[in-house]
Design a protein around this ligand. Structure first.
Ligand code: HEC
Length: 508
């Protein structure tokens, strides 16, 4: 019965024979877990497509809705936070696996004749995937998305001759807004995926034409394995392990979403995606006159050298013993990229610390009026001074109306802890806090920074009085004396600079 159906199908389409040919394909040199990087990259791409389509069902690309619809996915969509985090970690997984695949191809010399075209398509895939990461980064429209993308658009603008046209196309207007989101959305969900699918198709078709390269030896390897079931089994094992790791990360460290993009928050220091840290590092390690070298010439050269590699390295042998120069150069470049990534991350961390992470100048203590001296409990009229301290220092994490930010900081609105014991709240705000679940949720690596070095006791009293009387909270105001008593004398001399927050939200 099934056999008849298959025969019927095969006579009309040839699909069954095709599949059989594909599955019984020989694998030179025997099957190996070394061959699984490519297939794992492909599975990671499938995860990105599936989760990405899910996200488009809810995401709404405009300046007024992008952030709100992303927040809606976190908070109101069943499994929404998990899927968005799968998409977030899946992107990193795809880039890591693709890099391994590329490095292995390099080391094994699999780019050599007759596989030049497969190599070229692979290199194009690599950079198209990076473009995917870059365009997706803007879509949540939070502070990081906005300011990191602004940097990218500015860099694109420095490209000689065509730079201004590219930047104008990407931004489409005098400031980033709905049209910018629509441009990036179109690139992220239409143009780049179509390109990637076409390139993957070509990559696989050429692979079928040439067959697997096998281990790096010149003579035809004697050992031969079969694609099905041996190699398929290994590919499946690795795919499951990879999905397990992505799912674990998504569950344990969900993707962060900062406060909504605010173009006026001019001092905000964004965190770019980790795979662009190295560019950031090179940019910051080079003097201003060399900026173009760092942002355009060096990356451009890297693309060209990779594309032309089969012709630059004319040594026909794939044997390791004959290729030490290539290994040396590869190791040198890779070590530099790792070092520059580390340096870039360090620079970003320092800048964020200097700006108090949330990027707003802390209000200096001078002249701030004392907290509203309303004595007893019950809701008080929020003091203007406290509100000011709050919007300058707390909004970026705890949200404008104290509504909190998913995976970054808890809501302070309607929060029994905030309304409760005054001393506990003073200690939390003064000394910082980590690991005590707030509003029934734990905040992973995110910490509440200590404020006693940054804010004066007056300001701490003001902001606590404010949050205890705002958004449905019912705690009484606290006095400067209470703050001094709880935090000790140290807090009476405010530091000039912003605090170094223990942790900043990381986009991985
Ligand atoms: C860098 C982001 C960040 C900033 C800025 C920040 N907070 Fe927090 N805050 C947190 C995190 C994260 C927690 C929860 C920590 C945990 O549970 O481990 C928290 C917890 C709190 C809590 C305890 C809530 C509870 O239910 O236990 C209070 C109160 C609070 N913050 C007040 C403030 C005030 C006031 C400011 C401004 C002066 C401020 N926060 C600025 C991240 C931040």
């Amino acid at each position: 019965m099934i056999q008849n159906a298959l025969t019927w199908l095969d006579q009309r389409t040839g699909f069954v024979t095709l599949t059989k040919d594909f599955l019984t394909e020989d694998v030179p040199g025997g099957v190996s877990y070394w061959y699984t990087f490519g297939s794992a990259t492909l599975i990671a791409l499938v995860i990105q497509i599936v989760t990405g389509i899910f996200l488009t069902f809810y995401y709404s690309p405009s300046a007024t809705t992008a952030w709100a619809s992303t927040k809606f996915i976190y908070e109101n969509v069943t499994l929404g936070q998990f899927v968005i985090s799968l998409h977030y970690w899946g992107a990193s997984a795809m880039i890591v696996l693709m890099t391994m695949h590329l490095l292995q191809t390099l080391v094994w010399g699999a780019y050599k004749k007759p596989r030049e075209m497969q190599w070229i398509v692979g290199v194009l895939l690599f950079f198209t995937t990076l473009a995917m990461g870059l365009t997706g980064y803007l879509l949540p429209w939070d502070l990081d998305a906005y300011f990191a993308t602004q940097v990218s658009i500015n860099i694109a603008g420095t490209v000689p001759v065509i730079g201004t046209a590219i930047a104008n196309f990407l931004q489409d207007g005098s400031t980033m807004g709905t049209l910018t989101i629509n441009r990036f959305y179109g690139l992220h969900v239409w143009l780049t995926p179509i390109l990637i699918l076409l390139l993957v198709g070509a990559h696989l078709a050429i692979f079928r034409h040439n067959g697997a390269a096998g281990p790096p030896v010149d003579e035809k390897p004697k050992k031969v394995g079969q694609f099905f079931p041996d190699q398929i089994f290994m590919d499946t094992v690795v795919a499951f392990i990879m999905f397990g790791i992505i799912a674990l990360l998504a569950w344990h460290s969900p993707a962060p979403l900062l406060a909504q993009a605010d173009p006026n928050d001019a001092q905000f220091v964004p965190t770019p995606a980790w795979y662009f840290y190295s560019l950031y590092g090179i940019l910051n390690a080079s003097p201003p006159s060399m900026e173009l070298v760092a942002t355009v010439i060096l990356p451009g050269l890297a693309v060209l050298v990779l594309l032309a590699l089969p012709w630059i390295d004319r040594n026909p042998s794939r044997k390791w013993g004959t290729r030490y120069l290539l290994f040396g150069i590869t190791a040198f470049v890779f070590a530099n990229i790792v070092y520059m990534s580390w340096f870039g991350a360090k620079v970003i961390g320092e800048r964020q610390a200097a700006s108090g992470f949330h990027g707003l100048t802390p209000i200096e203590g001078a002249g701030a009026p004392p907290a509203t001296p309303t004595p007893t409990g019950g809701a008080v009229v929020p003091s203007a001074a406290g509100q000011q301290v709050f919007s300058a220092n707390c909004v970026s994490c705890h949200g404008a109306a104290g509504g909190g930010t998913p995976n970054v900081a808890p809501a302070l609105a309607n929060n029994p802890f905030v309304s409760g014991d005054a001393k506990a709240v003073i200690l939390t705000v003064g000394n910082g806090m980590h690991g005590r679940p707030a509003m029934g949720q734990s905040y992973g690596s995110m910490q509440m920074p200590a404020w006693k070095g940054t804010l004066t006791p007056d300001q701490i009293a003001q902001v606590i009085s404010y949050i205890r009387g705002a958004w449905g909270n019912t705690g009484g105001p606290v006095t400067t004396a209470q703050v001094r008593a709880a935090l000790g004398g140290k807090s009476s001399s405010p530091a000039k600079t912003a605090p170094k927050p223990k942790t900043t939200p990381k986009k991985h």
